[in-house]
Design a binder for this molecule. Structure first.
Ligand code: AMP
Ligand code: GLY
Length: 420
């Protein structure tokens, strides 16, 4: 069969490579893909803002299945649009994607179904939001309601910081805003919990912990993710049951009452406080770099999982994993998450020889005239599977050293909480 993947990051390269292992797949298209996917798929550079152009291409090439990687087209309703043309798509509907597209939508479901989450208030103007700041404790968290590529969350240590956050959000830094959230700061450890859904049932899809801060020791600015490891050190049976019963099931019930179902990957971002889960956020897709970290552990054929989800047959399949641990280090362009140079050549890629349990996924890369260039902030993802995370990390650092790319940097301490 022919399959198409929407997106251009490390997550999409990992999905393509995992699909490539399946003997059911004859051809992969990536929209638009990157320098890594071009070796296993055909990269198609069309304007993703036009759903119609994409739909016409899919119908013309008779692509059997579409997988949507990133949140933006999901929140904009790509799945609903393609399904109108009887195209099989893996991903949630526009309404269900509001779980990521609107933080207030999710908080309202939490409120209605008693889902454990930080206490919060919704404010519709600067004056009311600032008035509330007088009576709150610090740190406090101010959040833009809409998609903000991970940048719309402010952890504020004092009233002054919070006033700046409120002004920036209402002044339109993340698009038009007529509401924002102020919520209680939760102190604990974060964990990413993944499930996969067909609308009727769901199955767990492993756990991970990522490192969002740019500097070693989890310091500095927030990024899209500097590395991750799987499984999370926090997961246990009791916690897993609590996450499912107190958070995921009530959320699905909430969606059902709104007349929709959930299909696709669901990423539950949690704060774990004394073995109790609190919902921080939902993402309606796999995490990046969690996806690159988790997929190499999958033993089952991923095509069967995607198809089962599109055909309401998830209860008929088993998802199997290797028992190994996985770690991923992201190599970034120097300067990220702030200004960085684009179109910097990555010279030594051919020096990297990967063994069976090692993987290199491209993210912000582009291919021109036999050369690979860095074009994004997060550039390459090195992943290694091992019986223990320390060996996995050592293998990766070995490979990154061979690359010896002076346009980039990376964190050597990914997984330090479990390794040391
Ligand atoms: P979000 O985009 O909602 O995931 O927030 C980005 C990051 O901000 C999270 O990964 C957390 O590290 C942090 N964060 C968000 N909400 C809270 C909260 N209520 N308490 C503590 N940290 C938070
Ligand atoms: N790794 C965080 C995210 O994918 O949102």
């Amino acid at each position: 069969m022919k399959v198409g993947i929407i997106g251009s990051g490390g997550r999409e390269h990992a999905i393509s490579q995992t699909l490539k292992k399946s003997n059911k797949i004859d051809k992969i298209y990536c929209f638009p893909g990157n320098a890594g996917t071009k070796d296993i798929a055909e990269n198609i550079n069309i304007d993703l803002n036009s759903f119609e152009i994409l739909k016409n291409f899919i119908l013309e090439k008779k692509i059997d299945l579409i997988i949507v990687g990133p949140e933006k087209p999901l929140v904009e309703g790509l799945v609903d649009y393609l399904e109108k043309f009887k195209i099989k798509v893996f991903g949630p509907s526009k309404i269900a994607a509001q779980l990521e597209g609107s933080k207030i939508f999710t908080k309202q479901i939490c409120d209605k179904y008693n889902i454990p989450t930080a206490n919060f208030g919704i404010f519709e103007n600067k004056k009311d939001a600032k008035k509330f700041l007088k009576s709150t404790n610090y740190p406090t968290v101010v959040k833009a309601d809409n998609l903000a590529s991970g940048k719309g969350v402010y952890i504020c240590n004092n009233e002054n910081d919070a006033i700046i956050a409120i002004d920036e959000i209402f002044n339109g830094k993340f698009g038009e805003a007529n509401k924002l959230l102020i919520e209680e700061f939760l102190k604990g450890e974060e964990m990413s919990f993944f499930t996969v859904h067909d609308g009727k049932t769901f199955k767990t899809f492993d756990t991970a912990q990522d490192h969002k801060r740019v500097l070693e020791g989890d310091k500095g600015k927030n990024t899209g993710g500097m590395g991750a490891y799987s499984p999370s050190r926090l997961i246990n049976k009791d916690l897993k049951n609590k996450i499912i019963d107190k958070i995921i099931r009530p959320t699905l019930k909430g969606l059902e009452e709104l007349g929709t179902k959930y299909k696709g990957f669901l990423y539950t971002g949690l704060m774990i406080v004394n073995n109790e889960p609190y919902l921080i956020e939902y993402n309606v897709r796999m995490g990046d770099p969690e996806c690159q970290t988790i997929l190499p552990k999958l033993k089952s054929d991923i095509t069967d999982i995607f198809l089962a989800c599109c055909e309401d047959q998830l209860d008929k399949i088993n998802i199997e994993w290797t028992g190994k641990k996985s770690l991923c280090i992201v190599v970034c362009s120097k300067g990220y998450p702030e200004e960085f140079k684009k179109n910097v050549e990555i010279e030594n890629l051919s020096k990297i020889k990967l063994d069976k349990d090692e993987f290199l996924f491209h993210a912000g890369t582009s291919y021109r005239e036999n050369k690979v260039y860095a074009v994004g902030g997060r550039v390459l993802n090195f992943v290694s599977l091992s019986e223990d995370l320390k060996s996995a990390r050592n293998e990766i650092i070995n490979n990154v050293d061979k690359l010896n790319w002076n346009g980039g940097f990376y964190r050597k301490d990914i997984g330090y909480k479990v390794i040391n």
